[in-house]
Ligand binder design. Structure first.
Ligand code: NDP
Length: 342
């Protein structure tokens, strides 16, 4: 029998989760790798697990509706993983292949067939598939398509610009001939984002966002990762016919629903004929996933795209990694790596 570690949702947070107790690792389960019944599916070993801000929204009582299921207290959490296939009972997937998709956070597990078999033709590290080549890369890529509708010479503002989605948006926007204004939460991140080609980068903790946008705007596209007063400052500085992409509102996730920030200047959307639209990554996969798979691995392998990632080695670092994301201690995509060298 082999120990089958898993990540459990252990404690309902009020405000910021406790990094030591909200998510914990349980080592009490084991699995017989050779004989566990697969029922026509596959047996996989997890290699890397994605940590994402939306996980904070899943830490709520299951009775409260949300756009994605709540984590059940005491149960294994789910998220995006990349895994290697150990055994297969289907001709569609062979042992030794790698798969990506939404999985339980178990070291080892039996899976159905809704996973994507990876064709890693540029031989990139497998863990990249939970980051720039997975959901967060896709979010940036899709968000810069129809909703942003960018035209060369326009000005885009991106918040949380040194994060998983943000640093990809910076690079894609520059490649499309946009002027990029970017904000992030430390001077180290400012330097990194400048090195990716952004035209003007500021530390929103030490600069005044509205003043920066007044000076370097107006903004044709705002790619909103943080919400709250930053969104309000962006609306104050939109150009005529601006597009605001509501991707996420990480500044609000640890506040109770009664404490979220009320945006006060929505009327300006009328004055400036601006539009604001929600982006949900899965909605755009049918249209752009094939193109994404053609373009992004190729550009990454060729060095045209740079990837910033924050690797946490070992399942037991999950709580720390999630909280880092929520307070800005991560630099780039947060990834929990479960096996050396993947
Ligand atoms: P990041 O890697 O960007 O990590 C989150 C970052 O948010 C932190 O590093 C921190 O950066 C910033 N942050 C945290 N708290 C605050 C705050 N109070 N004010 C401003 N910034 C803050 O995460 P992702 O790239 O994975 O996600 C970015 C956003 O995109 C999130 O809102 C997420 O929910 C959303 N998202 C939406 C998807 C969709 O389909 N709509 C899919 C994927 C992500 P800093 O140091 O700069 O403060």
């Amino acid at each position: 029998m082999t120990t089958n570690s898993r990540i459990i949702f252990n404690e309902m947070p009020h405000g910021l989760p406790n990094p030591k107790t909200a998510l914990i690792v349980d080592d009490t389960q084991s699995i017989d790798l050779d004989n566990v019944p697969l029922q026509g599916g596959i047996l996989v070993k997890a290699l890397a697990f994605s940590l994402d801000p939306y996980m904070r929204n899943r830490m709520r009582p299951v009775e409260i509706q949300g756009d994605i299921d709540a984590f059940a207290l005491g149960e294994t959490i789910t998220g995006f993983s990349v895994a290697v296939v150990l055994r297969s009972e289907t001709p569609l997937i062979q042992a030794g292949q790698h798969v990506y998709g939404f999985m339980h956070a178990n070291a080892l597990g039996m899976k159905g067939l809704s996973l994507q078999v990876l064709d890693n033709k540029y031989n990139l590290p497998w863990r990249y598939y939970v980051g720039i080549l997975g959901m967060t890369g896709q979010t940036a890529y899709y968000g810069l398509k129809d909703i942003s509708n960018p035209k060369p010479g326009e000005t885009l503002y991106i918040s949380a610009a040194c994060g998983a989605v943000g640093h990809m948006v910076v690079q894609l926007a520059k490649a499309q001939g946009l002027k990029v204004i970017a904000s992030c939460g430390s001077d180290q991140k400012v330097s990194l984002v400048k090195s990716l080609g952004a035209d003007h980068v500021f530390n929103y903790k030490t600069a005044n966002t509205a003043a920066e946008l007044r000076m370097h705007g107006p903004i044709d596209i705002y790619f909103d990762n943080v919400g709250g007063p930053t969104l309000e400052a962006a609306i104050d500085n939109v150009a005529c016919n601006a597009r605001i992409v509501i991707c996420g509102m990480v500044s609000q996730y640890n506040l109770g629903t009664d404490k979220t920030y009320g945006i006060r200047n929505l009327w300006l959307l009328n004055r400036y004929r601006a539009k604001m639209e929600g982006l949900v990554v899965i909605d755009w996969a049918d249209k752009y996933l094939d193109e994404f798979h053609d373009v992004v691995p190729r550009d990454l392998a060729a060095g045209k795209l740079k990837y910033l990632e924050h690797v946490y080695n070992g399942m037991e670092r999950v709580g720390e990694a999630l909280v880092d994301l929520l307070i800005g201690n991560n630099v780039g995509k947060s990834v929990l790596v479960l096996e050396d060298g993947v």
